[in-house]
Design a protein. Structure first.
Lengths: 271, 364
């Protein structure tokens, strides 16, 4: 009797443990089979990968959207965007029901990059926002300082998540957009130069007002009746000319995120 | 000996008389008695006639002054009179027609300067008194932030003087034709093409206008720019000339003739007609004058004395002149600029604008 109870208890314990571990595994990694930061090209040190991964994990958990950095030597599909989608599927990336994520994929041989988003990632990272996101890491990548570039990428992702949480994702300059352009020294210098030019103009006008005596060239005040007697007027059309100049109009994007049939949005380029 | 000058004195107390614009009468400085212009005219007509005759006689002997006093070439521009009140000798410009004796303070008129063909046709009496002129000048300084502080303090503002300035008043007709090349430009878009249509016109306008009393100052001592700038005068206050309007003020006879000044007035009339014709050419994008036949046709000229309050100031070896229309109060003048204040305003404004602009750019 005691043996039967003990055996039944042990079987139950194993079963419960099996399902719990499975559930735990599901909760911890969302089913993915790879880390969030993967360096197949060896451009980062182990320590750098570890630190970046920890930061990416923290951000992903906070906003329920995986932040992925994937570095390869060459892309396997026809385009880098297709390669990003393939990696997403292969490693089962994405959190939540809509498998939300944002992935920065680097292909070192051609110095190509791709920013891909899915699910909630499409809300946070609009077409305009992806362009601005690239501006945060491209300067560092150009200097081959990849750790600095990826760190900037993760910092920017945090800002974008925060903006989206406040209901104002980074998008084209519409009212309420909190993306603030960092003023460069050149912008500040130009602004200051224009202001001082205006100040100089005002000061010169004040100086001109110190001299009020001028010779008069007309005598309109002395016309009898104050009115000219117009005796004839004649306006004769001679000819006209028409000039046509090619000047294509720029289309206004109007903001938002463009997704394909798979629900992915992409932005790519060279670094 | 007949004196060439007349002191206008109160018949009641022999105090000095001066013309007051507000009342339009001559008032005594001592006993406050008031007299109309006509009363004083009648009272002093005999004295003025005698003074005029003495002036004419003295003018014949003007050259001898050079021998008597050793003035040399300056004698031509100087006159010497004896004040009938205190006997003091007054040395004046040859064109001085009204002044005051520096010894007894009596207003002094030289009727001879207005004798015969030299008699003005009109005068506009002073409407604004000295206090009003000083007050207007102080306000003028206050509105100028670049003026050196020391200048407005040391300006001897109470030395402002009321002067009847001799003017030639020209009346004429001007007319003619002006032709222009004009264009109208229209733009529109057809797809990716920007289209511009330019239409060319030949435009002509003819017209004329009559001008009355265009003033040109007949005194070489008065800068033309200042006299032009205090225009216009209100000719509804124009009075037939009487010497009785002059006591209490300075006055000069003209020393630049009517024909010499005519070209300035006639050119102003022609330019006015051309400008009025141009103002009728409307609705065009560009207008370019191609020919102009506007001319004046004869002219009449009158001689008048018009009121001006003036203050001469010397500041750091430069002369500054302020003139105020004694009838309308229009004030003009050249003021010195403080270099320190100019740069303070420039740097201060520039700093404030820069700070605001950079802050706004960061917030947008």
């Amino acid at each position: 009797m005691k043996k039967k109870i003990l055996t039944t208890f042990l079987i139950l314990l194993v079963l419960v443990s099996f399902f719990s571990l499975g559930a735990l595994a599901e909760g911890e990694e969302g089913g993915r089979t790879e880390a969030l930061v993967v360096d197949k090209a060896g451009i980062l040190t182990e320590e750098q990968v570890k630190v970046l991964n920890a930061r990416a994990e923290g951000l992903s958990a906070k906003y329920s959207c995986e932040v992925i950095i994937y570095i390869i030597n060459e892309f396997s599909e026809a385009t880098i965007s297709q390669t990003a989608e393939a990696l997403y599927a292969e490693h089962n990336y994405g959190l939540g029901a809509d498998r939300s994520c944002v992935m920065l994929l680097l292909s070192m041989s051609g110095r190509d990059y791709s920013i891909m988003a899915h699910g909630y990632g499409n809300t946070v990272f609009t077409d305009f926002g992806k362009g601005k996101l690239a501006d945060s890491f491209k300067p560092a990548f150009k200097e081959n300082d990849y750790n600095k570039g990826f760190s900037a990428y993760i910092n920017k992702c945090a800002e974008y998540f925060e903006a989206a949480q406040q209901g104002r994702p980074v998008d084209t300059y519409t009212k309420g957009n909190i993306e603030k352009t960092q003023l460069s020294s050149k912008d500040i210098l130009i602004t200051v130069a224009i202001c001082f030019a205006i100040a100089l103009g005002i000061a010169l006008i004040m100086r001109a007002q110190m001299k009020t005596a001028h010779i008069k060239t007309v005598a309109g005040d002395y016309i009898c009746g104050g009115v000219l007697n117009l005796t004839s007027r004649y306006d004769h059309f001679k000819y006209d000319t028409i000039q046509r100049v090619y000047s294509p109009q720029h289309k206004d994007s109007g903001g938002g995120t463009t997704t394909n049939s798979g629900g992915f949005s992409h932005s790519s380029g060279k670094f | 000996m007949a004196t060439q000058i007349t002191n206008y004195q109160c018949p009641a107390c022999t105090g000095p008389l001066h013309f007051v614009g507000a009342s339009g009468m001559l008032e005594c400085d001592y006993c406050d008695m008031k007299y109309t212009v006509k009363e004083i005219e009648e009272l002093y007509s005999v004295k003025d006639d005698k003074a005029e005759a003495a002036f004419e006689k003295a003018s014949q002997k003007a050259k001898s002054a050079e021998d008597d006093y050793g003035w040399g070439a300056d004698a031509e521009n100087m006159r010497s009179y004896n004040c009938p009140s205190c006997g003091a000798e007054l040395i004046c410009d040859s064109t001085t027609a009204a002044t005051s004796c520096p010894y007894c303070g009596n207003p002094t008129i030289v009727p001879g300067q207005f004798g015969g063909t030299r008699r003005p046709d009109y005068v506009i009496p002073f409407k604004l008194n000295k206090d009003e002129a000083i007050s207007a000048l102080r306000k003028h300084y206050k509105k100028k932030p670049l003026i050196p502080s020391a200048f407005s303090k040391e300006n001897h503002i109470k030395e402002i003087k009321g002067i009847y300035v001799p003017f030639w008043l020209y009346s004429c007709e001007a007319g003619g034709e002006v032709r222009y090349d004009a264009t109208k430009v229209r733009t529109w878009r057809e797809g990716d093409y920007l289209c511009t249509e330019t239409s060319f016109y030949d435009v002509q306008r003819s017209g004329n206008a009559a001008f009355e009393n265009i003033p040109v100052d007949g005194s070489s001592k008065m800068p033309d720019a200042h006299m032009d700038s205090i225009e216009p005068y209100d000719y509804s206050d124009l009075k037939d000339f009487s010497v009785a309007y002059l006591p209490g003020f300075l006055a000069d006879k003209y020393d630049v003739g009517a024909e010499e000044c005519a070209s300035r007035a006639l050119l102003r009339a022609e330019r006015s007609v051309a400008q009025e014709l141009r103002n009728t050419v409307i609705g065009y994008t560009t207008v370019t004058e191609t020919s102009n036949t506007v001319r004046t046709d004869g002219h009449e000229v009158k001689y008048g004395l018009l009121p001006v309050w003036m203050l001469y100031t010397k500041w750091k070896d430069k002369d500054y002149l302020f003139a105020m229309n004694g009838q309308t109060g229009k004030l003009i003048g050249d003021l010195p600029v403080s270099v320190g204040k100019f740069f303070a305003w420039f740097l201060g404004l520039g700093s404030v604008l820069s700070a605001v602009a950079v802050a706004v750019r960061m917030l947008i």
